[in-house]
Design a protein around this ligand. Sequence first.
Ligand code: ADP
Ligand code: ADP
Length: 237
Amino acid sequence: MLRLEKLTKTYRTGDKALNAVNLTVPKGQVMALIGPSGAGKSTLIRCINRLVEPTSGKVFLDQDDITGLSASGLRRMRRQMGMIFQEYALVERLTVMENVLSGRLGYVGFWRSFTRRYPQADVDEAFRLLDRVGLLEMADKRADELSGGQRQRVGIARALIQDPKVLLVDEPTASLDPKTSRQIMRLICELCAERELAAIINIHDVALAQMFVQRVIGLQKGVVQFDGKPDALTPEV
Ligand code: ADP
Ligand code: ADP
């Protein structure tokens, strides 16, 4: 479960990107975050994984307040948060398998150079995940040989190999064609249900959100303007 309590972010420039946002995302729920450019969607996600420091308010992961964590606490906490990115953020010259393993092992170059093998349990888990996302045959291909949809599947497997509690997903389909976008959204939503993950998906495509998620949050000028079922939403919100 993920809970935000009066989460507020004012940037040094004076921009109030988030204004006392209260929000609870239970286990297994995928919540779509929509709103115009500048509404605060990226800031909200970044305040949760602490790429951005909130000005005030709290973030709870299950019962734990993760707002005041030390550097080591922060590292442990980030392992419980899987990230999926718009541009995939894969290491192009590594294989699909190695990209997935990097979600668990961090810098896989270390294992590659010094031990020449990866821990077997992690390799087994990576194979299971690659099978689940439909990329088993691609394990030894380099990331730069893949299509956009395949790359995002690698990104999904890499996030899940951490065994996170929460999934933070930033515009996962913005670089994909409509059919691939639907496949990727379906996959993310199925996996969140299977693994009981609380997920926040920053998505600008309202129609796509309406197809797959049970709950939409509409953000505007850092304030939650809408919280409900996606069918109650008009396209211009
Ligand atoms: P969205 O993701 O919905 O487009 P953002 O969270 O990127 O919105 O931005 C929300 C507001 O905060 C905007 O007014 C934006 O200009 C401002 N903002 C975002 N990042 C920064 C930053 N690093 N420094 C200053 N202002 C920022
Ligand atoms: P996106 O909407 O794709 O997330 P943005 O344009 O919101 O991208 O932000 C791109 C980068 O610029 C981010 O690192 C964000 O924090 C930063 N940024 C956005 N708005 C501002 C701003 N007004 N001042 C300074 N940095 C900003």
